[in-house]
Write a protein that binds this ligand. Structure first.
Ligand code: SOE
Length: 398
């Protein structure tokens, strides 16, 4: 028996599109799920833009004030696709109204907000999720499968980069529509919350808790025109951030992120090196997972001989995560599919009575690492993250 799930989407930007597309495609590709998303209400401050978006995507109605959206009894889910500074108030009000709450990453501006938000959804007992979509790239899910199958063995190193280049020009303004990510008052931080939060989420999912960090950050362009005030204002975000990390399992990590890597558009990579094998992934080549097998998991045999080498796995076979939902082997899928997978996993969890990950609590742990990174960059020393366990993390090396 199918159940309509009436969506109230807040935001009509990049993420409004990505999430709306997931709602529209879910039932066709995951027909076994009972919940059927219905695009009910689109909420955005600019009425003309909200109406145009609602018409394009097929939303039934429009609101321009999120409080009104939350009051409506014809909406089951509040999906937050707005700038980070608005997440806290919307999420708490939505949870208190008994709505399911889905939120774009990063969960909050800082740990204090993330704790309040997590407490609110848990007290209300409402299903919740944060859209860390990269866990749902089939090749990244395959990396997780290889860790679970103990093909990596005792982990030694985790190496992540997340590089972009869109803020190099000094005349790019900060603030306002599309550019709020450059405004510390709207975003909370720069690359740490926007890009490294993804890398940290993936890292802790594959390799367990990050327990301490030491970081350095830089703001290359110190002043930019603010689109809302029309004045040149100091830039408060980190344009680049690098940090060293210690994982609870004894392995060491390096993380690097910037928006000043000329030519890198969305270069999100990681490599995990263990005693028995290694995996490497690059989002600019997302259909592939590179795997080096030293020890065969099934037999314990070592494979180091004249044929040993990295294997480039084209992750498009029916046996690969999520790929039995799509086309025939060899046909690729893309960025937008990761949101459909995230939604499908979330709803499958709800239908089984389980909390699907990553939920607010998982995103709170990621926020703890982000805050520790920013604190370390200020104090110029190692900072403990306070993360002791991460729900659903792979237990590499255990
Ligand atoms: C930043 O440019 C950004 O849009 C992030 O906010 C997204 O989360 C990332 O996936 C793509 O890059």
């Amino acid at each position: 028996m199918s159940k309509p799930l009436r969506i109230g989407m807040i935001g009509y930007g990049f993420m409004g599109k990505a999430h709306s597309n997931a709602y529209r495609k879910l039932a066709q590709f995951f027909p076994e799920l009972a919940h059927r998303p219905q695009l009910q209400v689109l909420c955005g401050r600019d009425e003309a833009k909200a109406r145009a978006f609602a018409e394009t995507w097929g939303y039934q109605d429009v609101e321009t004030d999120w409080h009104k959206l939350i009051e409506r009894d014809d909406v089951d889910v509040i999906d937050i696709g707005t700038p980070n500074k608005t997440h806290r108030d919307i999420a708490i009000a939505a949870a208190q109204a008994g709505k399911w709450v889905l939120c774009e990453k990063p969960l909050a501006m800082d740990v204090a907000e993330a704790e309040e938000m997590t407490a609110a959804v848990e007290a209300a007992g409402v299903p919740n999720m944060v859209w860390f979509n990269y866990r749902r790239v089939p090749a990244i899910a395959l990396a997780r499968q290889l860790v679970d199958e103990k093909r990596i063995g005792k982990p030694f190193h985790y190496r992540a980069t997340y590089l972009q280049d869109w803020t190099i020009a000094e005349d790019v303004p900060q603030g306002g529509a599309a550019l709020w990510r450059l405004d510390a008052n709207a975003a909370g931080s720069g690359v740490t919350g926007d890009l490294l939060a993804h890398s940290i989420d993936t890292a802790m999912w594959l390799n367990g808790p990050i327990t301490s960090v030491v970081a350095d950050t830089e703001t290359f362009v110190k002043e930019r025109m603010h689109q809302e005030s029309g004045k040149v204002e100091a830039v408060g975000i980190d344009d680049a951030c690098m940090f060293l990390a210690r994982f609870a399992n004894g392995s060491m990590g390096t993380f690097e992120s910037t928006r000043y890597a000329r030519g890198r558009k969305n270069y999100n990579t990681f490599e995990l090196n263990g005693a028995d094998g290694s995996v490497y992934f690059d989002l600019e080549d997302p259909q592939y997972l590179d795997f080096f097998e030293y020890t065969r998991a099934a037999t314990g045999d070592k494979t180091e001989d004249h044929l040993t080498g990295w294997r480039k796995i084209h992750v498009t076979n029916f046996e690969h995560p999520y790929m039995d939902r799509w086309w025939v082997p060899g046909c690729t899928i893309g960025y937008e599919h990761t949101f459909i997978h995230a939604l499908a996993d979330f709803l499958a969890g709800v239908e089984k009575g389980e909390q699907a990950q990553p939920n607010f609590r998982d995103a709170l742990e990621t926020q703890r690492v982000c805050d520790a990174v920013l604190k370390s960059a200020q104090t110029r020393g190692w900072v403990d993250t306070g993360v002791e366990s991460v729900q659903g993390a792979a237990l590499a090396g255990v």
